[in-house]
Design a binder for this molecule. Structure first.
Ligand code: NAP
Length: 284
């Protein structure tokens, strides 16, 4: 279990991944993001999560460059969008990612969503072709780790059957009220680290009475209860915040421990605020 903000999770290939990520979904490529990344770097945040589709890597690259930190001190993740779900597509997207981030490598590259519609033989082979490109980038040492996002066990099984390099990470929507334990347990069994997206339910969990009760019992915020629940289970939250106050607060997850009864209560909360983005039904 993590005991300090600087603790890292060791991936299956030995790469050390910071446990709390800074998310950037729906944040424009502008000076607000640049300034939030700069502030978070000063506060000690080291993992930045972007994606081809977010189109905001430039602001992250500028802030990292201006920070004075060496590239090795920062962990940058990006994700390949469905429009580039092929070997050549990945190679072209990857080149743009490096240009925008002003770097010559990525720490983690993910397939953003599995291809999962229509004839299984076809989408399985599309995922395998996309994965082949990630494997080659990994073998060329252009990325330190590779993985997937929004892959459920039935997407992972065919991928693992053909993979020369196993995914090191799977990033999934996980939060109290939408825990996805079947997918998490599958990943853990295969030594795939799990990152949780929308861990704060896009800011709405502050209104949940169960989470508020537990937060009050510890004298912490509802956001910290959700972050702590993730980390105590062993999956790494990627949290978005552009607020200095929240960035400072969200670091304090190691100051308290949730009891087993509280963990069980959070695990069994009624389904809450699923985004509705299911890999088998999304149209991208
Ligand atoms: N792989 C995928 O398909 C996928 C999909 C979605 C998201 N993601 C990744 O996961 C990241 C996080 O998910 P998300 O952006 O959906 O949302 P989230 O992290 O669940 O929630 C973000 C919201 O919570 C608020 N917040 C942050 N700290 C808080 C605190 N201490 N108290 C109260 N409110 C707080 C933020 O507002 P303030 O700015 O005011 O703090 C923001 O409105 C994304 O940004 C992205 O990097 C990945």
């Amino acid at each position: 279990m993590f005991s300090s903000f600087d603790d890292k999770l060791e991936l299956s290939n030995g790469v050390q991944m910071p446990c709390l990520g800074f998310g950037t979904w729906q944040v424009p490529n502008d000076t607000t993001l640049e300034s939030a990344v700069s502030t978070s770097l000063q506060l000690g945040y080291r993992l930045f999560d972007t994606a081809q589709i977010y189109a905001n890597a430039g602001a992250i690259g500028r802030a990292v460059h201006a920070s004075g930190l060496s590239r090795e001190q920062v962990f940058i993740t990006s994700k390949v969008w469905g429009s580039h779900r092929s070997y050549d597509g990945v190679m072209s997207a990857f080149k743009d990612m490096l240009d925008q981030l002003k770097t010559n490598y990525l720490d983690l590259l993910l397939i953003h969503w599995s291809a999962a519609q229509g004839e299984p033989m076809i989408w399985q082979s599309q995922n395998a072709g996309t994965w082949r490109a990630l494997e080659d980038l990994y073998k060329q040492r252009a990325v330190r780790a590779i993985g997937v996002s929004n892959f459920l066990p039935h997407h992972l099984v065919p991928l693992l059957a053909r993979a020369r390099v196993k995914p090191m990470v799977n990033q999934l929507e996980i939060h109290p009220g939408h825990p996805q334990f079947a997918a998490i347990n599958f990943c853990f069994k295969h030594r795939i680290a799990v990152q949780a997206w929308s861990p704060l339910v896009r800011g709405t969990l502050i209104h949940n009475t169960i989470i508020r009760d537990i937060a009050d019992a510890h004298g912490v915020s509802p956001a910290l209860v959700a972050i702590r629940w993730s980390l105590q289970h062993g999956f790494m939250p990627v949290v978005k915040s552009l607020s200095l106050e929240h960035l400072k607060e969200n670091k304090k997850y190691f100051d308290f421990t949730l009891t087993q009864a509280e963990m069980t209560r959070l695990d069994n909360m009624p389904t809450m605020s699923f985004s509705g983005l299911h890999p088998d039904t999304v149209t991208f």
